[in-house]
Design a protein around this ligand. Structure first.
Ligand code: ATP
Ligand code: MG
Length: 420
């Protein structure tokens, strides 16, 4: 895929002619249909009341790419109180820096006031206090954002793009460039490392050299971030429709193993297994189907569990006990590296523990397995194993037919098994 969307290519030719001031560009090429009507309404109301208002951040970036943004952020020179006052269905959020959520049924438009860059304030006792609680100008607001492509403002009313950091040019060249001093900006908030790689995966772009250079040094700081924030960011790599590209980038950039135990067997089959799992995940997300993180974690970590299971099978001479021991050991190790919440590990364990049951020939147990609450996930997981030649494909085919069969056909199928 070329990183240069067509609308940009044609636009850039006319760029010089239509450039109004240094940072404002007439921009009629954004497909208005991709913009949420509620975001437009929000901007209209702010403007009708004498305020400036723009779409900002990832929404503008995605619109320039011709992609429908998943959420819309609006910035304005109105204060949170003023914003809240204008929208009956809105709520103020945030403790230090207040912003407003304007609620339209299930859609929320986040509206924030232009904000200035964090400042480090030295205290008399030599402590540094980070002060990120100041309103600012639109230019300040651009400055505090992470990457040039995420720091553009778009006015649907005036069809105007405001671009202080040459984001449009970077977007056109497929480059992610951090704003300001890279090392300082990653230190300020190391999550930006993950955000950078995630945008690379999502839009098939690459980091420029200066933005890449300090990353190795800063990566260990990632673990100082509150776990829930880090967890949400890691999950976004995999559950936003570009899991396979994210996985490849995380591997290439040596950040995957910061979060997940690496597979113990590095083989074609392992890669096929994980890649198929990721492709399925992308397919589901891109077709608006739900994806449970437990399923994702269970296939990412399976090639830790599986070889250990085989090893313990020999040692313990009991397959189920061996599997349980392998599972417990791996979960414990994984949790030390990067905790996964119990509500996910419970399901992961179930998916793994059900695997041997697909091979059990007892008719009664076949029916019982079908009724298990985790049957569907375990079945999908078993199919992945078949697809990567870890399990006889006939087992997968048998179960696929069995699921769809009516009662009579089902009983014939299990009878056939007992005759074998
Ligand atoms: P997407 O929503 O597609 O995941 P996004 O860039 O819109 O990507 P959001 O989390 O919605 O991500 O953030 C909206 C905008 O807020 C960003 O585009 C960026 O301008 C700014 N932003 C978000 N997180 C940070 C951060 N850690 N540091 C600086 N700016 C940030
Ligand atoms: Mg966004």
């Amino acid at each position: 895929m070329s990183p240069t969307p067509l609308i940009l290519k044609s636009f850039l030719k006319k760029f010089k002619k239509s450039k109004k001031s240094n940072f404002e560009i007439d921009f009629k090429k954004i497909d208005i249909n991709l913009i949420s009507i509620n975001a437009i309404k929000t901007i209209d109301i702010l403007e009708e009341n004498g305020f400036e208002a723009y779409l900002v951040g990832g929404a503008v970036r995605d619109l320039l790419f011709g992609i429908k943004p998943k959420d819309f952020d609006v910035v304005t020179n109105a204060t949170p109180d003023q914003i809240h006052h204008l929208f009956r269905r809105s709520r103020m959020i945030g403790r230090r820096f207040k912003l407003v959520h304007v609620i339209y049924g299930r859609e929320i438009i986040e509206v924030s006031t232009y904000r200035s860059l964090q400042k480090e304030i030295a205290q008399p006792d030599r402590f540094i206090v980070i002060d990120d609680n100041h309103y600012g100008t639109i230019e300040d607001d651009a400055m505090r954002r992470d990457f040039t492509i995420n720091a553009m403002f778009y006015s649907p009313t005036h069809q105007k793009l405001v671009d202080f950091h040459d984001g449009l040019n970077d977007l056109n060249r497929g480059i992610i460039r951090i704003i300001g001093n890279p090392e300082k900006r990653y230190q300020e908030d190391p999550i930006r490392i993950l955000r950078a790689f995630r945008v690379c995966a999502k839009l098939n772009m690459s980091l420029n050299d200066t933005s890449r250079e300090p990353i190795k040094k800063i990566v260990p700081l990632l673990h100082n971030i509150p776990h829930s924030r880090l967890f949400d960011e890691v999950i976004k790599f995999f559950l936003t429709g570009h899991a396979l590209d994210s996985y490849r980038i995380m591997q290439n950039e040596n950040i995957y193993t910061q979060f997940f135990l690496a597979s113990l067997i590095d083989s074609k089959e392992t890669n096929l297994f994980i890649e198929n799992g990721l492709k399925n995940t992308d397919f589901r997300i891109n077709n608006d189907k739900s994806c449970n993180p437990s399923f994702l974690f269970s296939f990412l970590l399976w090639h830790q569990v599986y070889p250990l299971w085989n090893q313990y099978k020999h040692e313990l001479k009991h397959s189920i006990a061996a599997l349980n021991q392998a599972i417990d050991e791996i979960i414990e190790k994984q949790i030390k590296l990067f905790p996964i919440h119990k509500r996910f590990t419970i399901t992961m364990k179930e998916i793994w523990r059900l695997q041997p049951r697909f091979e059990n020939q007892s008719p009664k147990k076949k029916y019982r397995l079908l009724l298990h609450p985790r049957f569907r996930a375990a079945y999908d997981f078993m199919l992945l194993r078949c697809e990567s030649n870890q399990l006889d494909t006939k087992i997968g085919e048998w179960w696929t037919t069995f699921i769809d069969a009516d009662n009579h056909e089902k009983s014939l199928m299990v009878k056939k098994l007992t005759l074998k």
